[in-house]
Design a protein around this ligand. Structure first.
Ligand SMILES: [Zn+2]
Length: 388
């Protein structure tokens, strides 16, 4: 009961601190709130529904209270596996009034749950659950209130949510200490899901920031990226702020250092998500007047390709490719090719500077293919820089 009250207080504080905004909500309220200022967005992805409890409800003797029920496809698999803390945060919504519930729905939708920025509806549902865990609404390392979109697998069995900038520090630690995964764009194994749901920022920080010096050394969300990285390294690599730690920050280290194991650091600038949607007016490469097109995407050393669609000049791939980008100055090259038993022949290409893309937002582009008589390629490109 104490944890439920605590979670309710946390949700209430969040409502008071932040202005609700429009968004795509996983909650559907049973009745419109007369005081709400914005409407909740499309409910086609709805997983939750709120309804006023009637006498038939066995869960409460207070008929005036709203209740939330989850009927999404992942409920049966994930909710039982969620930590007590996550369930407590969820159950805390049971004690809210409908107005509060509505505001919370809008808040959650706007802050964390814009469905269009997630790889899939399932990823979006999982992200929603992850944010319900105490402490996960802000970055574990700098406290930034921007919704943290990266999860770092730390220690033996823990996971924290962190912001873009702190995630860069986690990447530099090496995968033996911290392995970041994107909440929005990565595919998650069941084991990692369980790990995130049974851990959380507050629980991990209770251990790794137990030292009295942690509060003074912890960077603010406004701090320099390098200061955040120094803190991350001190906190996770040296456990300097655990109860037994020395409470001291490491001196700054230039990029490119070698990690404890001696392996060279792999520094990534970010992840490029390219959804190849379709192409049209492609040239014919076969004598039958058709082509067997696929797309090869290249950015620096990273490359990936779609499957081949047979015998068409208007292929629809609707396929997502992910490229780990090492240098923000790299150019994304998209080459449409015809698959042939003896190799491939070009059907046109196009390129894109990452600097032209708005970070962390999907941009749908219709690109004219170059070096060819005709053809356009339609793609959605999302650039996720690791350092903001
Ligand atoms: Zn941060």
């Amino acid at each position: 009961m104490r944890r439920i009250n605590e979670a309710a207080g946390r949700a209430g504080a969040a409502i008071r601190d932040l202005q609700p905004r429009r968004g795509d909500s996983p909650f559907a309220a049973s009745r419109p709130s007369p005081t709400r200022r914005h409407s909740v967005g499309s409910q086609r992805h709805s997983g939750y529904s709120a309804s006023k409890e009637g006498k038939e409800s066995p869960t409460s003797s207070r008929p005036s209270k709203p209740t939330l029920s989850y009927h999404g496809p992942f409920a049966a698999e994930l909710l039982p596996a969620a930590s007590a803390a996550a369930r407590a945060a969820y159950e805390a919504t049971l004690s809210m009034t409908n107005d509060e519930l509505q505001q919370l729905a809008e808040l959650v939708a706007a802050a964390h749950c814009d469905r269009s920025t997630y790889l899939s509806t399932e990823a979006w549902q999982f992200g929603t659950t992850a944010y319900a865990i105490p402490g996960n609404e802000v970055c574990a390392d700098c406290g930034s209130s921007e919704p943290p979109t990266w999860a770092a697998m730390v220690g033996e069995a823990d996971a924290v949510l962190v912001c873009n900038e702190c995630c860069g520090g986690h990447r530099a630690l090496g995968v033996h200490l911290s392995a970041p995964l994107s909440l929005k764009m990565d595919r998650w194994s069941d084991e990692k899901r369980q790990r995130l749901l049974s851990s959380g920022n507050r629980a991990v920080n209770a251990t790794l920031e137990a030292h009295a010096a942690a509060a003074q050394c912890k960077p603010s969300s406004e701090a320099d990226v390098s200061a955040k990285h120094v803190f991350v390294r001190s906190k996770y690599e040296r456990r300097a702020f655990a109860a037994e730690g020395d409470g001291e920050l490491l001196p700054s280290t230039p990029p490119g250092r070698r990690c404890a194991g001696g392996a060279p650091q792999q520094v990534h600038a970010g992840i490029l998500i390219v959804r190849l949607i379709r192409a049209h007016d492609l040239i014919a490469a076969d004598f039958t007047g058709k082509s067997d097109p696929y797309v090869k995407a290249t950015c620096g050393k990273a490359k990936s390709k779609t499957r081949v669609i047979r015998r068409t000049l208007s292929p629809e791939w609707n396929e997502v490719l992910r490229l780990n980008v090492e240098d923000v100055r790299d150019v994304l090259m998209l080459q449409v090719k015809d698959s042939d038993t003896i190799g491939s022949s070009p059907l046109g290409d196009c390129s894109l500077n990452l600097a032209e893309l708005r970070p962390n937002h999907g941009t749908e582009l219709s690109l004219e293919l170059q070096n060819v008589r005709s053809g356009r390629l339609v793609a959605e490109v999302t650039w996720c820089p690791l350092d903001g």
